[in-house]
Write a new protein. Structure first.
Length: 436
């Protein structure tokens, strides 16, 4: 099976008839369909007819080996260093990987699964995106990458730039969690804490004057990197390999890039004849904001909202993008809002199953626990409609995007000291419900 990319070009999401060459990546969206109010992203197109159907076949069981004479020890071959397994349906992966992807799908209830993205190299889903964007930077000869982020994206971009031998500039907020700041600096990135409103203008200047490749958004409504969401498609491939096509997938959403990647990945499986449907994808946003839910309710390609206080800083976006709207509408999903209290409850539930999630990462499970799975309404011959119960059969998957160490409050979570006498220890244990 070939591991060469079959990518052929870029296609506008604003008008699929508008196409562009594959290089260079259009990091400011589609120049022909975008307006001053709304920027339309592009996506990568592929020669799907050339994709080997065995790409999605389950691995063949190994045949029992015949006894052989002892041989000198050898170093086992490593066929993939990350998402390379799916490289025919990804842009060219010029940058070396870090073993990103292949994260576990953990069952926490009857047919309820959590896709734990904290198991990635920098402990978040962003590693799938940054393997692809670092590859683009390397392929076009950029000296490095620049990213406006104070969390997962910053850490991941810095790590993959370092792995590729590139410099990385991170425009962070002044209130970046200390743990995240240390994490990013460890990779040798240049970290510039600046006011939030200055990050995107400075990103453009660094691109123009230093030749850095932008791996975050440059446009009024979100478009992001042209190639980035392609890395997120691998989530769909992995989920399908583990449990087939779920009935529903609940996804924490900031700008909607991962949501779009999931939808495109499942849609490609259908397009290639591997499956016959896509799951419903639900966008799970903080109740303090929710630009994607606003765009869906107002029938807009993208929306801006005022953002109130929320501790889910990883997804507290004021502006959305068209990718997320396409994913929800194309899959028959919903935009769902959850408050911090519900996310904290979901965070505790994940911890009870051995998964330490950032508050933002718990939004998917929180939305499932709050809103449940929807029911299909179908038209009747008399003009009314009827409720047929849950649409489709299959498991429910909640994506958990990142590790809990990235929360702002982590540094303050220290237990009270305990007197080492047995009486004091036993009293503390009994207080925690442990019999002594």
């Amino acid at each position: 099976m070939t591991t060469l990319s079959t990518a052929t070009g870029q296609r506008s999401l604003g008008d699929p008839a508008v196409t562009y060459p594959l290089w260079p990546p259009l990091t400011s969206g589609c120049p022909r369909t975008s307006t001053e109010e709304t920027a339309y992203p592009v996506e990568v197109d592929y020669a799907y007819e050339t994709v080997d159907p065995t790409l999605f076949a389950p691995p063949a069981p190994a045949a029992p080996a015949a006894p052989a004479a002892p041989a000198a020890p050898t170093v086992p071959a490593t066929p993939y260093t990350g998402i390379d397994r799916w490289s025919p349906l990804l842009p060219p992966l010029a940058a070396p990987g870090l073993g990103e992807g292949r994260t576990p799908l953990v069952e926490i209830g009857d047919g309820l699964y959590v896709k734990d993205e904290s198991r990635n190299p920098t402990w978040s889903h962003k590693d799938r995106l940054n393997r692809v964007t670092a590859s683009a930077a390397l392929r076009i000869g950029a000296p490095g990458t620049v990213v406006a982020s104070s969390g997962n994206h910053a850490a991941s971009a810095a790590a993959f730039a370092a792995r590729a031998g590139l410099r990385c500039v991170v425009l962070a907020s002044a209130d970046t969690p200390p743990a995240v700041s240390s994490f990013v600096r460890a990779y040798g990135a240049v970290v510039l804490p600046v006011p939030a409103e200055a990050r995107w203008p400075l990103t453009r200047l660094i691109v123009e004057r230093c030749g850095m490749h932008p791996v975050s958004n440059l446009t009024p409504t979100h478009t992001g990197h042209a190639f980035g969401p392609e890395g997120y498609k691998t989530l769909a491939y992995e989920i399908h390999a583990d449990v087939g096509v779920p009935a529903d997938v609940f996804v924490p959403v900031g700008y909607g890039e991962m949501l779009f990647g999931l939808w495109k990945g499942f849609d490609e499986l259908r397009r290639l004849g591997v499956t016959d449907r896509v799951p419903r994808l639900h966008a799970c946003e903080p109740a303090a904001g929710g630009p994607l839910s606003a765009a869906l309710s107002r029938d807009l390609p993208a929306a801006r909202v005022a953002v109130g206080h929320t501790d889910a800083y990883g997804i507290d976006c004021a502006v959305g993008g068209y990718r997320g709207v396409l994913a929800v509408r194309g899959s028959g999903g919903r935009g769902l809002l959850v408050d911090d209290e519900r996310m904290r409850a979901a965070q505790r539930e994940l911890a009870a199953h051995g998964m330490w999630a950032e508050l933002s990462a718990a939004a998917g499970l929180a939305a499932y626990r709050t809103h449940g799975t929807p029911h299909r309404r179908t038209d009747r011959r008399d003009g009314g409609s009827q409720d047929e119960g849950p649409q489709g059969e299959g498991p429910v998957v909640c994506v958990s995007t990142s590790s809990g160490f990235k929360d702002n409050a982590v540094a303050t979570r220290t237990p009270d000291p305990v007197d080492p006498s047995w009486d004091a220890v036993a009293a503390r244990l009994r207080k925690e419900g442990i019999s002594t």
